[in-house]
Design a protein around this ligand. Structure first.
Ligand SMILES: [Zn+2]
Length: 285
């Protein structure tokens, strides 16, 4: 069984082919904002058709960088690239590539990838958070995504952590994403996140808000493990050691909930592995 996995993000998209759990091909390209949706789809079609001449593809899983209505399998919208509103992406795959497809948002796909193949393997429930340009989250219980009533569970990025904080793109203010994501760190401090995280004094202040958001998750879900992916999580111990220390400060000994927070293990491929798992889950049902 060969599975096509697609990861569509705000700044790049990646396509891969898996045979079983082995990745055979992988290609990643930057997004062309001008070209929008149609440009990206034609690029995906070109890449896949080159591979498909040698490797027959049987099914497809997609992690999309924006809200997805899982029940109807339609993209709700993308705030980064135009033309995606209410788009039938799985229908496009079916009609263009001739294979069945299934899609979820990228945070849910990343969560599933890490829970089954990465840092969350053997733990349940797992909470996964992407900490990059924005913040997204996904909940995995016993190997399956917990989506909630309307496909929007896990949206930790817009939890209010500073009620008097600055305006967020969502229309609220002081959101977790507004205080902690890469986009706003750079705008607020004039330097990209990976520079800022080299400064221990900055990290000690940054982890206070980061821990406030994760504390809410720990109190609500009592996850066996929290896995953090995305560019900012690549900072490693210089972020995770102060973060765990701050979480122990904020979560008093009244709670016996574990504090197990680790970086993602699959690097830039968490979403691809999750897309693989989604496709296979659908096929074996
Ligand atoms: Zn917000």
């Amino acid at each position: 069984m060969n599975t096509l996995a697609i990861d569509i993000g705000g700044t790049k998209f990646t396509v891969a082919i898996f045979n079983g759990e082995t990745m055979l091909h992988r290609e990643s390209q930057s997004t062309d904002r001008e070209g929008g949706r149609d440009w990206m789809l034609s690029r995906i079609q070109q890449i896949v058709s080159t591979w498909a001449s040698e490797t027959p593809i049987h099914n497809c899983g997609i992690g999309f960088g924006g809200p997805v209505n899982f029940a109807t399998q339609r993209v709700t919208l993308s705030t980064h690239v135009g033309g995606w509103q209410d788009f039938d992406l799985t229908g496009w795959v079916q009609s263009t590539l001739g294979i069945p497809a299934i899609m979820d948002n990228d945070a849910n796909a990343g969560a599933l990838g890490e829970a089954l193949y990465g840092a969350g393997k053997g733990y349940t429930p797992v909470f996964y958070m992407t900490l990059s340009t924005g913040i997204g989250g996904g909940i995995i219980h016993e190997g399956r995504i917990w989506r909630g009533a309307d496909s929007y569970a896990g949206e930790i990025g817009h939890l209010t952590i500073r009620p008097d904080g600055p305006d967020c793109l969502c229309g609220s203010h002081g959101c977790f994403e507004r205080m902690c994501c890469g986009l706003w760190l750079e705008k607020d401090h004039g330097r990209p996140a990976h520079h800022l995280l080299n400064d221990p004094a900055f990290v000690n202040i940054y982890v206070v808000d980061l821990a406030l958001g994760l504390k809410a998750c720990i109190m609500l879900l009592n996850p066996a493990r929290i896995v953090i992916g995305g560019g900012i999580a690549k900072a490693g111990d210089k972020l995770f050691l102060p973060l765990r220390r701050e979480l122990r400060n904020q979560i008093t000994s009244w709670s016996r909930a574990r504090i197990d927070v680790v970086p993602a293990a699959l690097g830039d491929d968490s979403i691809l592995y999750g897309a693989l798992a989604l496709a296979n889950e659908r096929t074996t049902q």
